[in-house]
Design a protein around this ligand. Structure first.
Ligand code: ADP
Length: 405
C-alpha cells in the first residue's frame, strides 16, 4: 500500500473496554496484531483488534473478529486462516499470512481468557493452562502472550524444500554440537507427519510428562527434546489430523512446553514450504534465522529456491545453506567419495548470496549411533561428518554473536 492510501478503520478496530482476554503477537513479517475478547457464558460477546500492518492485515483482523463475534469460544478457537480468507477473496497471495497472524492472535486472546478463568478445582485434571500456573515458579508466563519462548536466547529453524534430505538428522546434530560447546540447548521437532526425534535419540514410545499444566521436555544426550512423537498416543494419530487440530498441536508445542532457560532452541520444521512450516515460523516470536538443508544434486536447487523465497516472504533471515549427504565417508578410512556430484549447495548459496555452512557426508555410523541412543559427535568426533557439524555450528554461532544477519 502506498503511504498516501488511506485505510478506513472498521468498528472493531481498537482496544475493547471490559475485555477479559487479550494477546499481542508479532509475526515474522514484523506486523504486530493485538486482539481483545469479551467472553460470557463461553460465548464471544465482542472481539476487537489492532494492527500496525498493511490493509490486508486490517482486513484479516476484521474478518476474524466478524467470524468470532457471537460464536462459542471453542468454535472461535478452532478458526482457520482459510475461514478468514474465504471472506477475503481479493487478498493478495503474498499477504495471506496476515490471516494466520489474525487467527493465531485471536486464539492467544481466548487462551488468555481461559488461563484467567479456568476454575481452580479443575486444576488437577486440567491439561490446559489455568490460573494456578501463575503460582508455579517456572511458569510465570505473563509475557508469553506477546512473546512466545521468552527465555530462549536464540531460536533457529531448520528447513528443507522437501523431505528425505536429512533435515531432522541435521537439526539433531546442530543441537548436539551446540550442547557440546556448553550451550544449554533444546530441540523441538514439529514435523507432525514424520516426527524423527524419538527415533534419532532411541526414545521411541516415551511419553512427555506434564507438570503444573506445562509439558516437560524429555532429556536425551544432554539436550532438552520435544517432539510430536512424545505427545501422540499412537504414531498414526497425526496422519488423520485435520488442519485446525494440527495447528493446535503446533501451537501447544510452542507455547506449553516448559523449556526453562535455553541458549539455543533448534526447531526442526515440517518439510516443504506449505501451511505447516508457515505456521511454525509465524508462531515463533522473532526466530534468529533459518538453516536450509539440501543435497548436492543440481535438482535440489529448485527446492532450495522455494525455501529461500519462503524465508524472504516471512522476513526470516537465512543463516545459510547446509549440504547434507554430500559424498560418502568410508567408515574405515574416512575418505569421502562424491557419488551425487559436488558443490550443488555451494553454488546455490553463491547464487542467492547466502552463507554456505558446509558439507555433511553420508556416514552410516550416524544412523547406528541414533539407533543405540548414542551421541555420534561424542563417539566419532574425528569423523568428517562430526567435524562438518561442528564447523557449521561455529559459523552459525559467530554470525549470531556478531549480529551479521
Ligand atoms: P528428513 O528430516 O529430511 O526427512 P531424516 O533426517 O529423517 O530426513 O533422514 C532420512 C534418513 O537419512 C535417515 O535414515 C537418516 O539416518 C539418514 N541420513 C540423513 N543424513 C545422513 C547422513 N549425513 N549420513 C547418513 N545417514 C543420513
Amino acid at each position: 500500500m502506498s503511504a498516501n492510501e488511506k485505510i478506513t478503520l472498521p468498528g472493531v478496530f481498537g482496544p475493547l473496554k471490559g475485555a477479559n482476554g487479550n494477546a499481542r503477537i508479532t509475526g515474522p513479517c514484523g506486523d504486530t496484531m493485538e486482539f481483545w475478547v469479551k467472553i460470557e457464558d463461553k460465548r464471544i460477546v465482542r472481539c476487537t483488534f489492532t494492527t500496525d500492518g498493511c490493509a490486508s492485515s486490517v482486513a484479516c483482523g476484521t474478518a476474524a473478529c466478524t467470524l468470532a463475534a457471537g460464536a462459542p469460544e471453542s468454535v472461535a478457537f478452532e478458526l482457520h486462516p482459510e475461514d478468514v480468507l474465504a471472506l477475503l477473496p481479493q487478498c493478495p497471495e503474498e499477504e495471506k499470512h496476515c490471516a494466520l497472524l489474525a487467527v493465531n492472535t485471536l486464539k492467544a486472546a481466548i487462551s488468555d481468557y481461559r488461563k484467567k478463568h479456568c476454575p481452580p478445582e479443575a486444576c488437577a485434571a486440567c491439561t490446559s493452562k489455568c490460573d494456578s500456573r501463575k503460582e508455579a515458579p517456572r511458569s510465570a508466563q505473563t509475557e508469553a502472550d506477546t512473546e512466545r519462548l521468552p527465555w530462549v536466547e536464540h531460536k533457529i529453524v531448520v528447513l528443507s524444500g522437501k523431505g528425505g534430505v536429512g533435515k531432522s538428522t541435521v537439526a539433531a546434530h546442530l543441537a548436539l554440537a551446540l550442547a557440546a560447546r556448553g550451550f544449554k540447548t533444546g530441540l523441538l521437532d514439529v514435523d507432525i507427519h514424520g516426527p524423527s526425534v524419538p527415533t534419532l535419540f532411541n526414545l521411541t514410545g516415551v511419553q512427555a510428562k506434564q507438570f503444573n499444566g506445562m509439558i516437560e521436555p524429555v532429556t536425551g544426550c544432554g539436550i532438552e527434546l520435544m517432539s510430536t512423537g512424545f505427545l501422540l498416543e499412537h504414531p498414526d494419530q497425526a496422519v488423520i489430523m485435520r488442519g485446525p487440530l494440527k495447528m493446535k498441536v503446533i501451537e501447544q508445542m510452542l507455547q506449553d512446553v516448559d523449556w526453562g532457560v535455553l541458549d539455543y532452541l533448534i526447531v526442526d520444521c515440517p518439510p516443504g514450504t506449505g501451511d505447516e512450516p508457515l505456521s511454525v515460523c509465524q508462531l515463533i516470536s522473532n526466530p534468529d534465522g533459518a538453516v536450509i538443508v539440501t543435497t548436492p544434486q543440481e535438482l535440489a536447487a529448485a527446492d532450495v529456491r522455494k525455501s529461500v523465497q519462503f524465508c524472504r516472504k516471512l522476513n526470516l533471515p537465512i543463516l545459510g545453506i547446509l549440504e547434507n549427504m554430500s559424498g560418502y565417508a568410508c567408515p574405515k578410512c574416512g575418505e569421502v567419495t562424491h557419488l551425487f556430484g559436488k558443490n550443488g549447495g555451494m553454488k546455490t548459496a553463491a547464487k542467492y548470496n547466502l552463507a554456505f555452512l558446509g558439507r555433511i557426508p553420508i556416514d552410516p555410523t550416524i544412523g547406528i549411533c541414533g539407533d543405540a541412543g548414542q551421541n555420534f559427535l561424542e563417539r566419532h568426533n574425528d569423523s568428517p561428518a562430526a567435524q562438518a557439524f561442528e564447523k557449521a555450528v561455529e559459523q552459525i554461532h559467530s554470525a549470531l554473536k556478531q549480529g551479521e544477519l
